[in-house]
Design a protein around this ligand. Structure first.
Ligand SMILES: O=C(O)C(=O)C[C@]1(C(=O)O)C=C[C@@H](O)C=C1
Length: 363
């Protein structure tokens, strides 16, 4: 036996030992989570098991303790899955997302809740809201903005008619690929299916590589991937999940025009989330139709040094909602300076609704 094989055996013995230790510790942790569930139930028979603020704190702590060699995001992803399995022991969590299966929204749902969550595809954004409001699922995941294409208006509009809370956010790097099936003639591609937002994110690449192919918008990238299975002259633009789900081949990788292309998704639910430490708040405000309205609205934020992360204007849909602004800012409604700003804004606005305070996305 060579020296290197002795070393290999020794190292594998050490790995076996460590795996045994990790197994014991994960089981001990799961046992603790089960006890947490009993404590929650003893306090309240309608106990809420999923605690976004606690999960954010656990993940941030792991990232700050990590000394490598695995990078902190990788380590947090492992802990994400451990927590997901622990939560499933407390209560299996049902999450509705904008489907069909294989969409980036499903990917975002799994990134946020981990693989132990039960994820259920819905045909439309309103349906995700309805399922959450009706209590048929615990949470929902909907896209809200893309770094290249901007805001998802439909999601914002749906908030206006709903009493739902935002419980979290998750940002996903979006990589698009050009996909074909095993029956596609790759030299004869004359039609490309995708979601309109994805066409927008790959516009320059398509102009350069497939200027003459017909671009057919469909309701989702996964739908595009499904259609390609049946047509020999078509390709689809979609992500990894859809490619795997429908067994498609990637003939061009990462074709998005901007390398930092990412989409932000919101986690919606029926619970108010306590402070996690690094939080965000989303509000919707209606101002009266008068000069200086936007200045009046933003001035208190400036004075109290509150960091705005986004502001969107949407057309009003009732007489009361003349101008409607969706505003995100750093901070939590339970912080006195945030509460003070909201009091001031309330006096200046014709309507103010806090959509939720929630931990800033960790992963
Ligand atoms: O701390 C809790 O409240 C738990 O239920 C435990 C735990 C965890 O595994 O750490 C599990 C689920 C919650 O969403 C948050 C954390």
């Amino acid at each position: 036996m060579s020296d290197s094989s002795i070393n290999l055996d020794e190292l594998r013995q050490r790995i076996d030992q460590l795996d045994g230790d990790i197994l014991r510790l994960i089981s001990e942790r799961a046992d603790c989570a089960q006890k947490v569930a009993h404590v929650k139930l003893a306090d309240d028979k309608d106990a809420v098991f999923y605690r976004p603020e606690r999960e954010a704190q656990v993940l941030r702590r792991i990232m700050s303790l990590n000394k490598g060699p695995l990078d902190s995001e990788e380590m947090a992803r492992l802990f994400r899955e451990i927590m997901s399995a622990c939560l499933a022991l407390e209560q299996p969590i049902k999450v509705a997302y904008l489907g069909p299966e294989g969409t980036f929204t499903q990917q975002a749902a799994l990134k946020h809740f981990g693989e132990s969550a039960i994820s259920l595809p819905m045909a439309a954004i309103d349906e995700v809201f309805r399922e959450v409001e009706a209590g048929a699922v615990n949470y929902g995941v909907v896209p809200v903005e893309n770094s290249t294409e901007g805001v998802v208006n439909h999601t914002l509009d749906t908030f206006m008619d709903s009493s739902i809370h935002i419980c979290g956010e998750v940002v996903l790097r979006i990589h698009h690929h050009l996909l074909i099936s095993d029956t596609t003639r790759r030299d004869k591609i004359s039609r490309i299916y995708s979601h309109p937002q994805s066409f927008g994110q790959c516009r320059k690449w398509l102009d350069a590589h497939y200027p003459h192919a017909e671009r057919v918008p469909v309701s989702s990238n996964a739908e595009a991937a499904k259609l390609v299975k049946t047509e020999w002259h078509s390709a689809a633009i979609a992500g990894d999940m859809a490619a795997k789900l429908y067994g498609l081949e990637r003939i061009a990788d990462k074709i998005e025009d901007r390398p930092d292309n990412s989409t932000r998704f919101l986690i919606i639910g029926n619970q108010r989330v306590p402070m996690a430490g690094e939080d965000k708040t989303s509000i919707v405000v209606a101002m009266r139709n008068q000069p200086g309205a936007l200045h009046d609205l933003l001035e208190p934020f400036h004075r109290h040094k509150i960091d705005l992360t986004r502001i969107e204007t949407r057309p009003s849909r009732t007489g009361v909602w003349n101008y409607v602004f969706f505003i995100d800012f750093k901070g939590h409604v339970d912080e006195p300076r945030v509460a003070a700003v909201l009091e001031e804004v309330k006096l200046r606005a014709s309507e103010l609704r806090v959509l939720g305070s929630y931990p800033q996305g960790v992963l």
